[in-house]
Design a protein around this ligand. Structure first.
Ligand code: GRF
Length: 223
């Protein structure tokens, strides 16, 4: 089994961010290992991507848990713990996670959102909303998820994307995706290297540290 921090990835759709993370994790020296992919949708193309990379993938649809988010998220938490997952990455996961789930992995759940938060948070149509609003610059945000505030957690990384004349939701979404494919692996790397330091809701990125010290630094900084 590959070395590195054990990462679980939650998906619902296309899985292009999962693909980017798999590619990064396969590169020499990357400090994470993707242990498990969980989808809430049986038809998510992301499941095929997991299969192609040889990563165990499971489907946990809401319907299997009486359409009860708390029951499903509880089962998902247990499954991730069984896989000894240390870091959870929401890579296009289309449900709001329950506070109980978020509290089970404190400062250890990353989410990628297709806007420059706090603009256009809290919904599934951020790219369309940004275009409708007429912004000239959009982008993506990778943040830590916390109980109680959808899309309001501490920001780890943001990458800007200019809006072009004539952009459609699809064209802008695709350029934002290209930046997400850089931002998500980078945020995972930073987390795994113990370089994410919180000061209240502000995240400071620490300079690289010796690998041997990184995990203890992470534990110190997040407790
Ligand atoms: C991304 O744009 C992400 O910001 C949003 O959902 C999309 C997922 O894309 N949360 P993919 O499934 O990774 O291709």
């Amino acid at each position: 089994m590959s070395a590195g921090v054990r990462v679980g990835v939650l998906v619902s759709g296309r899985g292009s961010n999962l693909e980017a993370l798999c590619a990064a994790a396969a590169s020499p020296g990357f400090p994470a290992h993707i242990s498990l992919v969980i989808s809430n949708r049986r038809d998510a193309p992301a499941l095929e991507i997991a299969g192609r990379w040889g990563i165990p993938a499971e489907v946990m649809p809401l319907s299997q848990y009486g359409h009860d988010d708390r029951a499903r998220d509880g089962a998902m938490r247990d499954r991730l713990r069984l896989a000894e997952v240390e870091l959870v990455v929401c890579a296009g996961y289309n449900r709001i996670l329950t506070d109980e789930f978020l509290a089970a992995f404190p400062d250890a759940i990353l989410n990628v959102h297709p806007s420059l938060l706090p603009a256009f948070g809290g919904g599934m149509h951020a790219v369309e909303a940004a275009l409708d609003h007429g912004v000239k610059i959009s982008g993506c945000t990778v943040q830590l998820l916390e109980p109680g505030i959808t899309d309001g957690g501490p920001i780890i990384l943001q990458r800007a994307v200019p809006v072009h004349e004539g952009d459609t939701v699809e064209s802008l979404q695709e350029r934002i995706h290209e930046q997400e494919w850089i931002a998500v692996p980078e945020a995972v790397r930073l987390w795994c290297e113990g370089r994410i330091r919180r000061e209240g809701r502000v995240v400071r990125i620490a300079p690289p540290v010796e690998v041997a010290d990184a995990r203890s630094s992470q534990a110190d900084s997040l407790t």
